[in-house]
Design a protein around this ligand. Sequence first.
Ligand SMILES: [Zn+2]
Length: 450
Amino acid sequence: MFFSQNQLKWLEQIFFERFGIKFNFELTQETIVLKKEGSDKKLIFTNLDSAFYQFGKTQLGCYEWNAETEGLVGAIDPVLKAPSTKPLSTPIFSPVEQDIYVNYDVLGLVYWCLNRLEEVGRTDLDNHQRFPAIHSHAYHYNYLERPIVDEWLNILGQIIQQVWLEVELKQHTFNMKVSHDVDSPSPYAFKSWGEVLRIMIGHLVKRHDMKAFIETFWIKFATKEQLHEYDPHNTFDWLMQQSNANNLTSAFYFICGGTTDKDAEYTLAHPVIQKLMQHIHQNGHEIGLHPSYATYQAPELIQQEADNLRYACEQAGIDQTTFGGRMHYLRWEHPTTLQAWENAGMSYDSTLSYADRPGFRCGTCFEYPAFNPMTQQSLNIRIRPLIAMECTIIDPIYLGLNVTPQAENKFLELKDKCRRVSGCFTTLWHNSYFKKNEMLKGMYQRIIES
Ligand SMILES: [Zn+2]
């Protein structure tokens, strides 16, 4: 009814990655039928909801369904949220002979969430032209902090096992990904002496801070080939140590161009940056791309900056075969930016979280193969949803929990939800965020502890 063949193929891929089973998706007039090779049994999806295939502000309402009423187990809570244009027709799962009818459009939900259909063409954007959480369906119906796609696929996994008793579903293990956008490797090293002098005078006259006055001078003076150990933004070794201690790989995303005042002060060719990138690489951590502020609607600029990164790595003798990354300021226009990353030959993007609220913008914490809903093409690039950016939870302009136990709990709650669906907790901490705040460092250590 609403599916193209490419859509069905993409869904087959999603199911294969999740369950480890190759299903055939067949479209009939009003239903989608899932079949498994060598078996006559079927899962039949009825009640397909056309709102799941429409772009922009959605007509979907939101209902609730208790899995326990049908003898099933919710991964996070027995009650699942169910976006739908009409009240649910229950039971959702009804066995008929050897088949099971599914009376809620789980496939539509998966398609709609993962491909961000509600974001396409939106004009109700924030001051950085981003689609904000507060205008999303998930925020409105209070499920942004639930990995709704993973919860429903988990339920579907239980149903698959009822139909095909002999199958063994693919088992996933919880994991974590930490990444660091390198907006500013140093507050002084890349500024002119004139600018540094103004900062020093501020330390002295406004803040009466003699120590900061001297330190600023000394860091600027002594930073020639590499970052100074007392530089407040130089947390690179510390971040790598934390990752090593927890068997994680840190990904550092560098700004590789840009012309606005929101972009980096450094260039990739600077000896300090070359050294830093080499140092990260030699320690077994990852280098990635952080496209500059004005690139999110400009595929040719993203291509240019990706090329800049590859060239800089080559010059620095860094042998990394694939590159991923994240947009600066999480600026994203769907699917323009996604297609630009694809065209630039990037292997994954990890932008998709909202700046104003943490949680599951894509409804999932699993990485997944991207699909362009406008062109109906499957893409090579993978989407790695971001679940929690530090400033989203901590900063007053967003959720504003500050450096408090409440903020720490928010991170841990989200991490726990990822764990309960055996997914991936992806979190972003800027190298420049910690300054010398030991409380913040302790919080970070506890959050990424396995
Ligand atoms: Zn950034």
